[in-house]
Every structure is written in structure tokens, then in C-alpha cells.
Design a protein around this ligand. Structure first.
Ligand code: PLP
Length: 238
């Protein structure tokens, strides 16, 4: 995609974010757009940056590492893919947030690398809210126990929850899942299980259903296709 198209797409999405937020009585500045650049070239990230976007989401650790090195510190990256514990070191170095922590082993691996790096890291707990056997994420009823296990790991800041509901072509169906994630976050917040229980992050909503996610309280929306177009099958870095 060329610069004009990416710029236009970002503008359209920002307008939808603003209008949807006002419609449901929310402050648009509490909703952050994560531009999902997986499998798109680094050049597309540069174009989005030229249009004012500075937060990106990546799913594949090696691809992300290469892109982060090329882009440097002018943009932030969230990791939104499945993370293996043996890749925790790289992840701890590269990302400002890992949105997909779903097991203690991974949390522990991240924590030990963060100690060595002497830094802290924002994380979200990925919840398999739709109980989809094909999806990662912890089952909703296990989230409390995981957060309790994580709480002594002082280098990790659990800021909230993330989910990817089962795909449906009808965004109204996604909405049921978004609502369930919000209610779960509220309940966990009442037990003081997050880093800041007054302001819990909810990462939910993608290209086809982000307005519904905003209506249900999303603070992070992850949008790829609506910004960058269809993803190439293989990543290219040029
Ligand atoms: C790819 C991906 C997205 C973006 O999906 P689009 O439909 O292209 O907007 C969002 N979240 C996760 C976890 C993804 O893997």
C-alpha cells in the first residue's frame, strides 16, 4: 500500500474511534490503536509512522526482532502472537507490552530476563473467552489463579486482559465476548489483581469488529487489514 492509502485508512479509523467513543460516552483519548503490521514490510510501518502512527503489533518474534532493529526507538511494539518461553529473552528486550501472557511458565521466563535487563514490562493476560480449542489464552475461570501466581513477579506489570474471540462475520456476536472480557476484568480488578485496578486495559477488537469492542470498553484495539490491506503470505522486510 502506498503512503496516501495508509494515511487515509488511519484517518478513517481514527474518525470511527472518535465517533464511536462519543456515541457511548467515552473519552476517545482512552482508546489506543495498535497497528498490526505482521507480515507487512518494514516500509509499511514507516509509512504509517509518517502518518502519525507510532504503536504497532507483531505476532512473530523473529520477524518482529528484525523490524524493531530497523525502526529503532521511534515506534513502540506490542507482542500479540503466541510466545514460546524460550523466546522470552528477545521478547523482554524488544516490546513495550506483551499482550499474550497465558501461563505461569512464560511469566516466570519473562521475569527472569527482565531482572537481568533491570527493567519492568507491561503485560496483558490473554483469555480464551470463547473457549475455542484452536485459540491460545487461559480459560476465563483460570485467570484469577494465574494473576495471583504472577503477582510476586515484581518486574511484570499486569495491566489488563486481551482476547481474540472466535471469528464470526457478524460483529454483534463478537460483542457478547467483548462484554464477557470486560466483566471478567471488573471482577479481577475488585480483587486488586492488576497493576492499576482503577484503570484496567482491555485489548479487544480488530478490523471487522472494533466499534463493538469500543462500545464494550476496549482501551487497545488491534487493527491490521483495515490499515495495511490484505497480508502477504510470507513476511518481507524491505
Ligand atoms: C492479525 C491479528 C490482528 C489484526 O487482524 P485484522 O483482522 O487484520 O485487523 C489482531 N489481533 C491479533 C492477535 C492478530 O493476530
Amino acid at each position: 500500500m502506498n503512503l496516501t492509502m495508509i494515511t487515509e485508512n488511519l484517518k478513517t479509523i481514527q474518525t470511527t474511534i472518535t465517533n464511536t467513543a462519543y456515541k457511548c460516552g467515552r473519552d476517545p483519548s482512552t482508546i489506543r490503536l495498535v497497528a498490526v503490521s505482521k507480515r507487512h514490510p518494514t516500509d509499511s510501518i514507516r509509512k504509517a509512522m509518517a502518518a502519525g502512527q507510532n504503536l504497532f503489533g507483531e505476532n512473530y518474534i523473529q520477524e518482529a526482532a528484525d523490524k524493531c532493529r530497523i525502526i529503532g526507538k521511534e515506534a513502540s511494539f506490542h507482542f500479540i502472537g503466541h510466545l514460546q518461553s524460550n523466546k522470552a529473552k528477545l521478547a523482554a528486550e524488544l516490546f513495550t507490552m506483551i499482550e499474550t501472557v497465558d501461563r505461569y511458565k512464560l511469566a516466570k521466563a519473562l521475569h527472569s530476563h527482565l531482572e537481568k535487563l533491570d527493567k519492568t514490562l507491561d503485560i496483558l493476560i490473554q483469555v480464551n473467552i470463547g473457549r475455542d480449542p484452536k485459540k491460545s489464552g487461559i480459560l476465563p475461570e483460570k485467570a484469577k489463579e494465574l494473576l495471583k501466581q504472577i503477582s510476586p513477579l515484581s518486574r511484570l506489570r499486569p495491566k489488563g486482559l486481551m482476547t481474540m474471540p472466535p471469528f464470526t462475520s457478524d460483529p454483534k456476536e463478537s460483542r457478547t465476548y467483548f462484554k464477557a472480557l470486560r466483566l471478567l476484568a471488573l471482577e479481577l480488578g475488585e480483587h486488586d489483581l492488576f497493576y492499576n485496578n482503577e484503570s484496567i486495559e482491555l485489548s479487544m477488537g480488530m478490523s471487522h469488529d472494533f466499534p463493538e469492542a469500543i462500545e464494550e470498553g476496549a482501551t487497545l484495539i488491534r487493527i491490521g487489514t483495515a490499515i495495511f490491506g490484505e497480508r502477504p503470505l510470507n513476511p518481507s522486510l524491505s
